[in-house]
Write a protein that binds this ligand. Structure first.
Ligand code: MG
Ligand code: MG
Length: 315
């Protein structure tokens, strides 16, 4: 608490002094400890009359500082309050979204660039909110990860898509070996029974394991290391393929590629979108293709939306 008349800039300088102190290591029973502090600052005003209100908003600013990368300080503003309120509402609604039937899948085709034939489909999770309408996955997946409902949500979407697509696979003639790709959140690997649960879903839905592909992102290796390798090997043994989604946007250490049982690299759309009418900006795509070829992996390009992108990628 900074009491009395103070100049607003002074508070920021105090925060910086606190952080400066934290940047020095300290001794704890002979161990050298490093720490840091994320600081939320609230300027006193007539809008904050109780200690609870002050703590709440200082807290909001502190979480903002943490999200911005930790060891930072943020000053609370009204915009933060509105954003925090909105997120809180979404959190509450998301807890009931599955049972209310608001979560569903849309399917995106995966084509062969050689034959034009559909090789598979990717299930994309969508949330139709009863009053706010469609909420983008970029918004609600993060929330589900934060409030810990991602396991239930991920398993629900896997089960639902297996049920929806299973009968289509059965109805198709056997020479079409269409696959279903389902995205897994990295956080789901924090759940020790993940592999077991995936297997149970395949059994109850009678979905063939060799037609399922699970998409994971590079960050999984960064977060779970050897545990992730074990779990992925277990999943791979069921006959399920593992694809790396959004390849090239996450973890920059490529060493994981030879340690994970991966079959496909999905080239992130941020490398496909810049390909222009003259076929320029294909350097990263070319590099990923060469990398995949050398590792004996397949490739899928995400988000091909124009003729010239299609042409450049075919080439
Ligand atoms: Mg995906
Ligand atoms: Mg993607």
């Amino acid at each position: 608490l900074v009491e009395g008349n103070y100049e607003q800039g002074e508070v920021v300088r105090i925060a910086e002094r606190v952080q400066q102190k934290f940047s020095l290591p300290f001794d704890l029973n002979g161990h050298v400890i490093y720490s840091s502090a994320s600081i939320g600052i609230l300027h006193a005003s007539d809008q904050h009359l109780t200690a609870e209100e002050m703590m709440r908003d200082a807290d909001t600013a502190m979480y903002q500082a943490k999200r911005a990368g930790k060891a930072r300080h943020e000053v609370f503003d009204e915009q933060m309050h509105l954003a925090a309120k909105e997120t809180l509402q979404l959190e509450t609604d998301l807890r009931r979204a599955v049972e209310n039937g608001e979560i569903y899948a849309m399917y995106q085709p995966i084509f062969s660039l050689t034959t034009g034939e559909i090789l598979g489909i990717e299930a994309l999770t969508r949330w139709m909110h009863p009053t706010l309408g469609k909420i983008a996955p970029a918004r609600f997946i993060n929330i589900a990860e934060e409030i810990g409902t991602i396991d239930a949500l991920g398993e629900y979407i896997l089960e639902r898509t297996c049920r929806e697509i299973g009968p289509i696979l059965t109805a198709m003639s056997p020479e079409h070996d269409l696959t279903l790709s389902v995205n897994l959140s990295c956080r789901q690997f924090g759940q020790p029974k993940l592999a077991e649960n995936v297997m149970r879903i395949l059994e109850t839905t009678h979905f063939p394991a060799n037609r399922l592909k699970l998409e994971i992102t590079e960050s999984i290796f960064f977060e779970y290391q050897t545990k992730a390798i074990e779990m992925l090997n277990q999943i791979r043994e069921f006959g399920i393929e593992i694809d790396i989604d959004d390849f090239g946007t996450g973890y920059s250490n490529l060493g994981y590629l030879i340690r994970l049982p991966v079959s496909t690299l999905k080239i992130d759309r941020s490398f496909v979108s810049p390909i222009d009418a003259e076929g320029r900006n294909t350097e990263i795509v070319k590099t990923v293709l060469a990398l995949a070829r050398n590792l004996g992996l397949k490739t899928v390009a995400e988000g091909i939306e124009t003729e010239h992108q299609l042409r450049a990628l075919k080439e």
